[in-house]
Design a protein around this ligand. Structure first.
Ligand SMILES: *Cc1c(COP(=O)(O)O)cnc(C)c1O
Length: 396
């Protein structure tokens, strides 16, 4: 039998390759198989089984083998216990649902994935009377001032989608804990390769596996990493009873994609930094936001908590009107206009002036701008594509 690669003894890349994989007991294959089954064989006397339990093989909604293999790996890469769910949003809603109850208060970042805003500020607030305060979590005094005796959770996203705003994980963990609250960090833009929130004092790290961890744009999944007691709650409430379980096939695909996470992230980090520098040098580019640029307002904090790089997503705006932004995109030949991020290919999305949350963003984002997920292509080809489209739009 192969030696199991657990824990933190081996390096990040070694764990990305090995952890969660093993020799298959039945066939001797050196890859664990995909198990497409809804149900698992019951013991001789099943009458004592907990039908809502997640600890025994029973029914795939209570936990499937491919899900468990992926959880082993992500737990090892992120330094905690892990539950994998059907999507990043299933992970976020699963965390909020398990943790919060009527009368609790939540403080969350003004820059977050849109579903966080909908879940907390609209659904949980209106349906369950959970109080919410939206704060620029780049401002520690504002975080401090927002805390109340009933603040159960502080939820931040850093770098934040879509403005790349940076929040100080260590400092906010201290504030949250001083008030008896928990801190969750949406770590999707960084991935555990560049940032591990639990090591910085956070109680939870949330990942959309759909993005960098799978990395190939062909599967959805989400994960919450944290302490076992909390994760057991998420597993029974949000996976077994709300039903946010991941499919075995998606867990298997993400397991496969995640093997190359360190290699891909290194390339994403390098490409994004070079392209951010290129965009920043152009007079037709109104602003470029990337935490790896010295000009970024969160650069020093980002550098203190992200390593070795700053991820593959940046934002920029052209010194041009709304329609010129759309014309620019129509002239791109390599870079694809589509939502999502962290795929192998470069993806760009134009976010216009009508975003209802725009008042929460810094002024440069009040006109239309792009979120650009820099892919794994040759950097010269990406730059050539941008250059050509800018020329065709009449900006260069
Ligand atoms: C995409 C994304 C999510 C949601 O993940 P899904 O897998 O699409 O449900 C959450 N947070 C961030 C920062 C994201 O970019």
């Amino acid at each position: 039998m192969k030696k199991r690669i657990y824990g933190q003894k081996f390096g990040f890349s070694t764990r990305a390759v090995h952890t969660g994989n093993d020799v298959d007991g039945e066939t001797g294959a050196i890859r664990r198989p995909i198990t497409m089954a809804n149900s698992y064989a019951l013991p001789y006397d099943p009458s004592e089984m907990n039908w809502s339990g997640a600890d025994k093989s029973l029914y795939t909604r209570n936990g499937g083998s491919n899900q468990k293999y992926l959880e082993e790996k992500l737990a090892s890469l992120s330094g905690g216990d892990c539950v994998v769910l059907a999507s990043g949003v299933a992970a976020l809603s699963g965390l909020f649902f398990a943790l919060l109850k009527t009368g609790d208060h939540v403080v969350f970042s003004s820059v977050t994935y849109i579903a966080v805003y909908r879940l907390l500020n609209e659904l949980f607030n209106h349906k369950f009377n959970i109080e919410t305060t939206i704060v620029d979590t780049g401002d520690l005094e504002a975080v401090q001032a927002a805390m109340r005796p009933n603040t159960k959770l502080v939820h931040i996203e850093t770098p934040g989608n879509p403005t790349l705003a940076i929040s100080d994980i260590r400092a906010i963990a201290e504030i949250a804990h001083a008030h008896g609250s928990l801190l969750s960090v949406d770590n999707t833009f960084a991935s555990p390769y560049n940032q591990r929130p639990l090591e910085l004092g956070a109680d939870f790290s949330v990942e959309s596996l759909t993005k960098y961890i799978n990395g190939h744009g062909d599967a959805m999944g989400g994960a919450v990493i944290g302490k076992k007691a909390h994760l057991d709650m998420i597993r029974t409430q949000s996976q077994v009873n709300l039903g946010g379980v991941i499919s075995p096939f998606n867990a298997w695909l993400i397991m496969r994609g995640s093997v190359t996470l360190p290699l891909r992230m290194r390339r994403h980090n390098e490409n994004a930094l070079q392209i951010a520098r290129y965009l920043e040098s152009l007079s037709c580019v109104r602003f470029t936001a990337y935490p790896g640029l010295e000009s970024h307002r969160g650069h020093a904090i980002a550098a203190s908590q992200m390593s070795p790089g700053f991820g593959g997503v940046l934002a920029f705006g052209l010194d041009a009107d709304h329609d010129a932004h759309n014309r620019f995109v129509s002239h791109l030949e390599l870079i694809t206009s589509a939502v999502s991020l962290g795929h192998d290919e470069s993806l760009i999305v134009f976010l216009g002036e009508n975003d209802e949350r725009q008042y929460l963003y810094p002024p440069e984002f009040h006109r239309g701008f792009f979120r650009f997920s820099v892919g794994l292509e040759d950097e010269e080809d990406i730059i050539a594509d941008l250059e050509r489209a800018l020329k065709k739009t009449g900006l260069r």
